[in-house]
Design a protein around this ligand. Structure first.
Ligand code: SAH
Ligand code: SF4
Length: 398
């Protein structure tokens, strides 16, 4: 196990702007800690037009070839050189010697009776992560991972409890969408970053992926939701990009003492600070924000917290998405509240004019919730079944 020295909060507390420095160090550290992926063959999926042009070198037809490749890999989700009949055979042979079309292999695939497909994928380096296809009557959505594991250490989350391995590359992120598209009869129009990992800690790769999904795959930014635990400086950076991405904050309690205990990130960016950043994001982009609220019995579902949540949400163009806890084996023995407790919490919000939704449970029998399937597959590639080999959650150092 690698110790998390650079993330030591005590040392940073002596620096005046310690919060943004902490975020910067966290992001840079997580970006640098990419153990094996660089040794693998590069993949076309994940490359921008500029990178593809560089790969093709000084050919007279480079512009046309780049256009053909991007159309095939992003527009048509082609995953093999054989599927690129418009490229000369010699070029396909040359490219296949130095790269792959896309990096993902499927480790397992489960289909649930309510139409949800969950894939556990890897790219040959032994690290698995998950993505989910979610067809609805009026649209098809998908849920993507941004990291293998997660360093944020939230106490209720299977991914967080398992520790952190590495960031996903743009090829691995966009590759998940394309893999799911190959399995979907209808076009996937919506993407949510609610799989494994904290997307704003993999900021540069996330941004490249968002741009590829928009510019090359053709998705609307408005149909992409990024869910964050609340990395304040990165929320502010994202606001500056001026992309109309839908941002969701995993708040889970409006009270610092409760949130502190559930989510170590709250020690760095407490409720008032993260809510201010979300409000500013809303103003900068004009997009409604979503507040995700996990209902854990007698921990976050108290009526006192419902009233406080209603108070802090007043006047913000937003929706509060209530998520009854999906059972995970936690030290604290967290439980899911009974439906009447959920109803009581929701009615307080509704009576105070706060928009609410409740997460519809789908894919329950295939463990389609955050981190669950990968958790069940620990040891699949000969890893220590008691835990990940990589970093332990930052819970221990915040
Ligand atoms: N890291 C990001 C996105 C991935 S988690 C974030 O935290 O927002 C996606 C969502 O699943 C988050 O809202 C997270 O809090 C929630 N989640 C985690 N564990 C859960 C559980 N056991 N039951 C229900 N939702 C859970
Ligand atoms: Fe990471 Fe999100 Fe899970 Fe927290 S809830 S540990 S941030 S994936």
């Amino acid at each position: 196990m690698i110790p998390c020295q650079p993330l030591n909060g005590d040392r940073l507390n002596t620096i005046s702007d310690h919060r943004s420095i902490f975020a910067q160090i966290l992001v840079e550290f997580v970006e640098r800690y990419n153990p094996k992926v660089e040794e693998l063959k590069p993949s076309l999926v994940g490359m921008t037009r500029e990178q593809l042009a560089e790969l093709l070198g000084s050919r007279s037809d480079v512009k046309m070839r780049v256009a053909q490749i991007t159309k095939r890999i992003y527009g048509q989700a082609v995953d093999q050189f054989d599927g690129m009949a418009d490229l000369p055979q010699a070029l396909r042979t040359e490219l296949s010697a130095k790269c792959v079309v896309q990096p993902l292999s499927v480790a397992s695939h489960r289909h649930s009776t309510d139409g949800v497909d969950k894939f556990l994928v890897h790219n040959g380096d032994g690290e698995v992560y998950e993505c989910v296809l979610l067809p609805y009557e009026d649209r098809v959505s998908c849920c993507l991972s941004s990291q293998v594991g997660c360093p944020m250490g939230c106490k209720f989350c299977a991914t967080g409890l398992g520790g952190f391995d590495r960031n996903l590359t743009p090829g691995e992120i966009v590759g998940q969408y394309l893999l799911l598209q190959r399995h979907s009869e209808r076009r996937i129009s919506h993407v949510v970053f609610m799989g494994m990992g904290e997307p704003l800690l993999n900021y540069n790769n996330l941004l490249t992926s968002l741009r590829l999904l928009h510019d090359e795959v053709g998705l609307s930014y408005r149909h992409i939701t990024v869910s964050t635990v609340g990395i304040v400086p990165q929320i502010r950076n994202l606001a500056e990009e001026q992309l109309p991405i839908h941002l969701a904050l995993s708040l889970h309690s409006p009270i610092d003492e409760v949130r502190d205990r559930l989510m170590p990130v709250n020690h760095k960016w407490p409720v008032a600070e993260v809510m201010k950043a979300m409000k500013d994001y809303q103003k900068a982009t004009g997009r409604k924000i979503t507040i995700e609220y996990l209902l854990i019995k007698e921990v976050t579902d108290t009526l006192e917290q419902a009233h406080e949540l209603a108070r802090i949400m007043r006047g913000i163009p937003s929706v509060v998405n209530l998520i009854p806890f999906n059972w995970v084996d936690t030290e604290q023995g967290f439980a899911r509240p009974e439906p009447e407790r959920v109803r009581a919490f929701r009615s307080i919000l509704n009576n105070k004019g706060i928009n609410t939704t409740q997460r519809v449970e789908r894919g329950h029998e295939i463990a389609a919730a955050c981190g669950q399937l990968a958790g069940q597959h620990k040891g699949l590639f000969g890893k220590n079944p008691t835990g990940r080999k990589g970093l332990s959650p930052i819970a221990t150092v915040s």
